[in-house]
Design a binder for this molecule. Sequence first.
Ligand SMILES: [Zn+2]
Length: 258
Amino acid sequence: MFGWWRRRRRRRILAQPFPTAWEEILRRKVRFYGMLRPDRAERLRKLIQIFVAEKPFFGAAGLEITDEIRVVVAAAAARLVLHLDLSLYDDLREVVVYPYEALRHPKRRDDGPFLGEAHSFGTVVLSWPAVEAGLANPCDGHDTATHEFAHVLDHADGGFDGTPPLRAREHYRAWAEVMARRFTRLRGGGRAERRVLRMYGAKNEAEFFAVATEAFFERPERMRRETPDLYEELRRFFGFAPQEDPSCDQTDPAADRS
Ligand SMILES: [Zn+2]
């Protein structure tokens, strides 16, 4: 019943044209949007329409939620599931956005400032300035919104363990081997891994997947070159090769820049 009702509602949402003002927001704020192949840009717009209609946004600390915030955050979430299924976000109940540059846990003071977080109870918390900065530079391998929504995908099968629900049972073994190998090497300061991944990924398996997802979307060619097995597992999961779109890597200078 719910599935039927939702499909009907989604058809109604998609019957609406994509608002011109939203298109303008994407062009101005979401750099990767202008680099997408036309068919993927079209699919992204549809996913954004559904995401914005279905997911409640809340502004914290006095931040007023605008269409700009909704559309930009939805674009980051939608990109991850361009060739997956939006149902991976079914457990996401709300998106909370703060106006602060960096957030700080009221209790866990030792953790230091953070830019966002994803909770098992279905809340994603984001710093709006960090989201803006991440999407303004689509080539540096660092994107807060992408990172947090990767955690949501990871959790779609019930745990933050660095393994989202893969497409087929026979994919899990290779995935586990590659992730464990690259994670261990990153922790040990492996040169290839450090050229591709932020060191934050060495914290645990869940952070490794989120950081690797950022790099996969922002530095796909570098990842393919430096850590081809990791690239291949992510390509198989996300269902496409980001560098089929004109990518940052084409202007990526020295491969050994850290
Ligand atoms: Zn994280």
